[in-house]
Design a protein around this ligand. Sequence first.
Ligand SMILES: [Zn+2]
Length: 290
Amino acid sequence: MKITEAVKSGRILISDGAWGTFLQQKGLKPGECPELWNLDRPDDVRAIAAAYIAAGADMVESNTFGGNRFKLAHYGLADRVAEINEAGARLSREAAGDHRHVIASIGPTGEILIMEDVSEEEMYAAFKEQAVALAKCGADAICIETMSALDEAELAVKAVKENTACEAICTFTFERSVNGDYRTMMGVSPEQFAEAMLAAGADIIGANCGNGMERMIEIVKRLRAAEPAIPILVHANAGLPKNVNGVDVFPESPEQMAAWVPALVEAGANIIGGCCGTTPEHIKAMKSML
Ligand SMILES: [Zn+2]
């Protein structure tokens, strides 16, 4: 069953939690390419996906967030996009088995179209290359995430829809301004995002990172008001970070975070998981709230 069909049947689905901090726990060093672990440390990567599945997640992402050729070029790995993404999707598929979904991760390229860093054609080709590799090795859906620019996200959604059979999920990262409004770093409002992603062909929209559950409720209300029918996914941080000795610490416990789940569902969310600071314990606590 497709994720959108499961949502339409009335189920609330649970997604997974953070990957970056998990990789660090397993020994990823600053300056190391996280996605290269798909080839060099496959057992550790598969274990992360398996931990979220064991916690009760209905779907799991993949270790491919920075797996586009622009990001991999920083590590001299631009010619290994297919290999790295295929391995990442395969490892999550092995952990998910046949009865859980793999929503393979695609993050921003780090290039800005309006600055003419790259052309639209080059950016589209990079997303296509990554999406095709992910689809080939087991992705059911592609989760385009942490986006802030409409033009870049539109190209990513189109690259997924035009070149794979995967469902396209797209989540933006919104920041709260002093007057309580929400915009991305590039100035996009939740309403502008929702309208543009629907037009581009996204199957599921939502928000990730930047906010804890409390602020995600406000964002989801606006997305739901703008688009009454589309499934909404939320990957919230474990609260707002507190700087402790130069390190960001995410303060919400699994129980504190899970306590927001009913209000988030009430606001219109259909799929709920975590971003920075969340662990399998957070996912387990959210699952038990349903
Ligand atoms: Zn995050």
